[in-house]
Ligand binder design. Structure first.
Ligand code: ME8
Length: 506
């Protein structure tokens, strides 16, 4: 009997539907999709969740502004996110909407668990609220009448329910101490540690001045605070409130949340506190990535400089956008988006390095090796050294994937691409064609096998092009996962006439 596949659960934040998708939201989903694809290639049983966050004051206000009902408004914008997923062919196996009936039931069940565990009380909220951040702010956080990040705040005074968050500070600090990998990168862990050490107030978890939310159980005058409605999406998708649901038991302890650094407090402080208070297990890890600016400027609707992912893909292609976003910044840090840097990076790494390598090798084999991946002769030490490096690469990529080091995943693959180009220049199969065709065939075989390694792993990063390359190498579809690399490339196999995989961007 084969051993059962190890589960892997990866999530993106669910995106607010007050506005259409932009490059930032595409970025988070690209990152999660890359990890999901890699883990599937690596034999894991993967669940990958994304979706839309559809309640709250921000969404309600956006709908009112357009003069449509919130439900109609959220349906329309949620579709834009689904269109983006289709465009990129993201491999999420579920798309959750917080207006889904099963999610509402799940969020209310979490609330009831908190009630049963005496974690909720009713009082009055008096303080600041930022609709844009959907976040409460203490008086001492307000700077010049604004939230610390510069967003507008309004004074709110209304009857509310509170979660006894203050009681959980010690448990949270213990969690960070005992599981230093729970939050990454380290800078974000430090940030939330000092936030918790600074003292926690109880958290207001209901609103009573508008209606667009999940009703608080047994109190129809209140809707749940949008974050307490949204965070449980990660468990609704696994069958919660049925704690015996197969998916919940199997996938929840393996959960990895990918999110932007802007929402680390919600995921790293409130979410684990809510789960502990409800007596539920915690996810495995959170990774907070950095923010993109646009040509050096903060991206904001008011500045009118949002980047439309549909337009960028139209201009450059999905693989190109994926590769640029993944490879050009150490995952976790901020970065700047510019079309010029994208062009330079894509031309250098995709068109020149990988594209040319594949084109040079396959068109040469097609013309001068009987249209086949040739059978190899005896391997030299140089051949063996290159094949060994290629064979070791998937394990390196796995190590990086395990800690969400997406840029290093790219680097490990593209190092082999560089090695293969240098090998080809040194071995000169075009010269061998005249002097030693047997050796020429061996060189082509070695190169084809290195390309196979690269393309199999690169399916996680540039899925469309990698698939094309594997088609051109005539690799059968059931031999495109990482374990297939345990077997040598089969020589003596016909290949189709090669076509370019990465056109140069001019
Ligand atoms: O916060 N650069 O939704 P949201 C990089 N609904 N990433 C960016 C970005 C940028 N300039 N702008 C946005 C919410 N993002 C809540 C989440 S989860 C239970 C609820 C990404 O639509 C980043 O991942 O404001 C950020 O965390 C996410 O979009 C926020 O999306």
């Amino acid at each position: 009997m084969s051993t059962p596949k190890k589960p892997y659960y990866i999530t993106t934040p669910i995106y607010y539907v007050n506005a259409k998708p932009h490059i930032g939201t595409a970025y988070t989903t690209i990152a999660a999709d890359t990890l999901a694809r890699f883990m599937r290639l690596d034999g894991r049983d993967v669940k990958f969740l994304t979706g839309t966050d559809e309640h709250g004051q921000k969404v309600e206000q956006a709908a009112l502004k357009q003069g449509v009902t919130p439900q109609k408004f959220v349906n329309d914008i949620s579709q834009e996110f689904q269109k983006l997923n289709d465009l990129f062919e993201f491999t999420n196996d579920a798309f959750i909407k917080t207006t889904d009936a099963h999610h509402k039931k799940s969020a209310q069940a979490l609330w009831m668990k908190l009630v049963e565990n005496d974690q909720i009380y009713k009082s009055t909220y008096k303080g600041w609220y930022s609709v844009r951040d959907e976040q409460f702010y203490n008086e001492d956080e307000i700077v010049d009448g604004k939230a610390p990040n510069g967003t507008e705040v309004t004074w709110v005074e209304e009857p509310s329910y509170f979660f006894k968050l203050s009681k959980w500070a010690d448990k949270l600090l213990e969690l960070y101490e005992n599981n230093p990998d729970f939050v990454a990168p380290q800078s974000r862990l430090n940030e939330i540690k000092s936030f918790v050490k600074g003292g926690l107030n109880d958290l207001c978890i209901s609103r009573s001045s508008f209606k667009w939310g999940i009703p608080v159980p047994n109190d129809p005058d209140h809707v749940m605070y949008v974050w307490v409605d949204a965070l449980p999406n990660y468990i609704s998708n696994l069958g919660f409130p049925d704690e015996n649901a197969e998916d919940f038991k199997r996938f929840w302890p393996e959960a990895i949340h990918i999110l932007g650094k802007d929402i680390i407090r919600f995921h790293g402080v409130y979410w684990p506190a809510l789960l502990m208070a409800a007596g539920l297990p915690l996810p495995k890890r959170l990774f907070a990535h950095g923010w993109w600016t646009n040509e050096g400027q903060k991206i904001s609707k008011s500045l009118g400089n949002t980047i439309d992912p549909f337009e960028i893909v139209d201009e450059f292609g999905t693989d190109e956008v994926r590769y640029f976003l993944l490879s050009s910044v150490s995952f976790g840090r901020d970065a700047d988006f510019s079309k010029d840097t994208l062009k330079t990076k894509v031309n250098a790494d995709l068109a020149n390095d990988l594209g040319n390598l594949v084109q040079r090798v396959l068109s040469f084999a097609h013309k001068h090796a009987d249209g086949q991946i040739p059978l190899p002769g005896e391997l030299t030490n140089t051949d063996k050294a290159l094949l060994k490096k290629a064979a070791e690469m998937p394990a390196q990529v796995r190590e990086h994937a395990n800690v969400q080091a997406l840029h290093k995943m790219c680097e490990a693959i593209w190092t082999i691409v560089g090695d293969a180009n240098r090998y080809m220049d040194k071995e000169e199969p075009w010269a061998l064609r005249k002097t030693d065709t047997k050796r020429m065939k061996t060189v082509l075989y070695v190169l084809a096998d290195v390309i196979r390694h690269v393309a199999i792993v690169a399916q996680a990063i540039v899925p469309k092009a990698a698939t094309k390359i594997l088609d051109q190498l005539a690799i059968p579809e059931d031999q495109r996962d990482i374990t297939s690399l345990d077997s040598p490339l089969q020589g003596g196999v016909d290949i189709p006439k090669p076509e370019g995989v990465f056109p140069r961007i001019t």
